[in-house]
Design a protein around this ligand. Sequence first.
Ligand SMILES: [Zn+2]
Length: 185
Amino acid sequence: MKLEDLVDAVRYLAVKALVGETPLLRAAKMYADGESPSVVEYITGVKRSRMRTVIARIRERCGSINRARRLVSIAVPALLEVEPVFEESNGVRRCRICGAVTREPERHLIAVHPDVLERIVRSVAERVLKALYITDVNKGLLTPSPMEATGVAHGSLHTASTCQNPVRRGTGAGTEEGMDPRAEG
Ligand SMILES: [Zn+2]
């Protein structure tokens, strides 16, 4: 994957984040992490066709579905930390930066505030790049298991106190002399 394609993929997601499409991004991440579309739809209320569209758009830029899933899984949490630029009240979307009211927030953002967008894109793309690079090296991106990084439980091992160690067999059993059957009697 070329760097510009990666940046472009992150930009697609960053626009969604900045206009406040938070449920869609959450849904896309759950879907990318392998959750079934019907479950994601039930939990988030986002139509499965919309989350599939997001993954498809990212895939067009990434080349492979595994990489697209991985990218979404890494980028979305970072993007959800970003405060959306638009607020919605009485059915209209208002830009927090310049106060404009618009029906096309994505277009407004890209046309009027490209600097804000690009700043977010750059920082998130950097994080994605690092994470993907490490994954590339370690796993060759063959196994789409984005849960590994976050899924490790910290508490579960604490209660499992070390019970019985397996009883050690005496060393050298059967190999030493002294078992001579003729020793009897
Ligand atoms: Zn504005």
